[in-house]
Design a protein around this ligand. Sequence first.
Ligand code: SF4
Length: 323
Amino acid sequence: MEFKDPAVKARVEQAGKLTKKIFGNKVYIRGIIEFSNCCRKNCNYCGIRRGNTSVVRYQMSPDEIVAKAEENLKHGIKTIVLQSGEDLSYTKDVLVNIIKRIKALDPECAITLSIGERTEEEYKAFKDAGADRFLMRFETADRALFKSLHPDDDYDYRIEAIKTLQRLGYETGSGFMFGIPGEAPDADDHNIALLKELGVAMVGCGPFIPAERTPMEGSGIHADLERCLDIYAKIRLAMPEVNIAAATALDAMDKGARKLSLSAGANVVMPNTTPAEYKDNYSIYERKGKLDDAIADAKKLGAELEKLGYTPLWNQRGDSRVK
Ligand code: SF4
């Protein structure tokens, strides 16, 4: 790729070399199951916010979730990411049961939860049931901007939730969006400093892409690919051993950007293995084109990575080196 700024080019190359030194050519694989697109919250950019009445809502049953997790495991995907809107109809007991059933299928697998804010008691119950990791993004370190995007949320509560998850022993991931309208020119530096201060084990960052039929619809994509790669590079250089996910949202702005981010610091890919009949309705942001069949898509991604000289790590959990 042609870089406009030679400093960014140098940083991306340095981060790529550091990633290779630490992880070799290995790329960790996680299979995402988006099990519900119902959400109690009304984030102003999100396609599945509760106020969006045009969304066809779905909730996978526990049996469907466990069956999809089993299919992932059979195909060598050893980390199952259970992701949803903040859907409290999946009670503590329901989720505990799902986690236990997946762990019973394969005690060596890793389960990551990405289900938003819950009580400490619930986080503990999920951990005790066998959940290993938790993704909880803070989205922006700018508290005024955080409030304007998330009318139902409190910045301090979110940061405390991340710390609680760490204290409970989760391998905890966080991250932010870049290119948010109104962000400060040095927003990326503040966001990366917060990731470092929190000492997270995993990072997931992506461009701000408001969905249609939301209050922020049409506010556009404000981050170009060069800035995306620069942010991944900066994170890798600041936090050498952290697991960095190549965000699927990158492909929404530039086809192939996700794979390109592996050369700028990312070391994790997260194919979407949600059943085809549901995944088109999990539109947090606008996705380009029709999504393929879940597991076949993951296998295709693995083959593409091999062609590029990477080694996708099937049958391995890919735990974070950051403890
Ligand atoms: S960003 Fe998350 S919490 Fe906010 S509306 Fe979307 S799914 Fe719900």
